[in-house]
Design a protein around this ligand. Structure first.
Ligand SMILES: [Zn+2]
Length: 267
């Protein structure tokens, strides 16, 4: 079912992000692939039309491996979204990427299993280029926005996406780190790829919450629940600030290679 509501920019995130959206109204979107994670909040940020979706649902009830990624991305597309900001909470696989810093990822490694990760099951065979998974126009905008807010920003980084819901073993984590990958997460794939299949620009901001388990000797003393909540809230505010700034800088009428990703993808 197509809705008459429209938005130019899509934003994923936690339920704490609702306060970002001005004049928000809830919009339910149905897709041929089922229901998205929740109702969308449609409204404005910096005068631009934005569609916001909490990828785990409002009450954080959908674990990473159960998210209906196709429905979420199809719904974004059907709302008219051209460019998507996909922030994620992530672990760090390397000492040089510190908790509290943010990574504007430029590569992704898929270690998930069994997730439906394409819209193109035939009969028209479609091979989409994904050598550079993130939008070349949005990445510099995001980097500049984070830096302008004095956020400790890493301009490059590879995210390894694990299936979850379990965390990695020490050996898996060491293996990922030894490959030179910096960031680990459970939701970035297939979200970023499905955006490309639907010719939407996509940029990730990885908020580093902690060091992954393989980094022995780097985990300090265990933090209290209170400290975790405090760190989370402080970072949530920083991510919200970053999203506002990025939306402000995005040219909604700009054209980009991501928006013609299917050219040459079919025989
Ligand atoms: Zn793009």
């Amino acid at each position: 079912m197509q809705t008459k509501e429209r938005a130019d920019i899509g934003v994923f995130g936690g339920s704490g992000f609702y306060s970002l959206i001005e004049n928000a109204r809830e919009v339910e979107v149905e897709t041929p692939y089922g229901s998205p994670s929740d109702a969308f909040a449609l409204g404005e940020i910096a005068g631009k039309k934005v569609a916001f979706l909490p990828r785990h649902g409002k009450a954080h009830r959908i674990p990473p491996h159960m998210i209906n990624y196709r429905a979420n991305m199809w719904a974004m597309k059907s709302l008219g979204v051209k460019r998507i900001i996909g922030p994620t909470a992530c672990g760090s696989l390397t000492k040089k990427v510190e908790p509290g810093s943010m990574v504007v990822a430029d590569q992704v490694v898929d270690r998930t299993t069994g997730r439906i990760d394409t819209f193109y099951d035939g009969p028209v065979t479609t091979h989409v280029s994904f050598a550079d998974p993130y939008c070349p126009q949005l990445r510099p905008i995001a980097i500049e926005a984070l830096k302008s807010l004095n956020i400790n920003t890493h301009e490059h980084g590879t995210i390894v996406v694990v299936q979850g819901p379990r965390f990695s073993t020490r050996s898996e984590s060491k293996w990922f780190a030894s490959a030179g990958w910096e960031v680990i997460n459970m939701t970035q794939y297939p979200e970023c790829y499905l955006a490309r299949e639907l010719e939407m620009c996509y940029v990730n901001i990885s908020l580093i919450t902690d060091y992954d388990v393989g980094l022995e000797g780097l985990e300090g003393p265990p933090v209290s629940h209170h400290e975790v909540i405090e760190v989370f809230n402080r970072n949530n505010a920083r991510v919200k600030g970053a999203i506002s700034r990025i939306v402000e800088k995005i040219d909604v009428n700009g054209t980009c290679g991501c928006q013609s990703a299917l050219q040459g993808a079919r025989a």
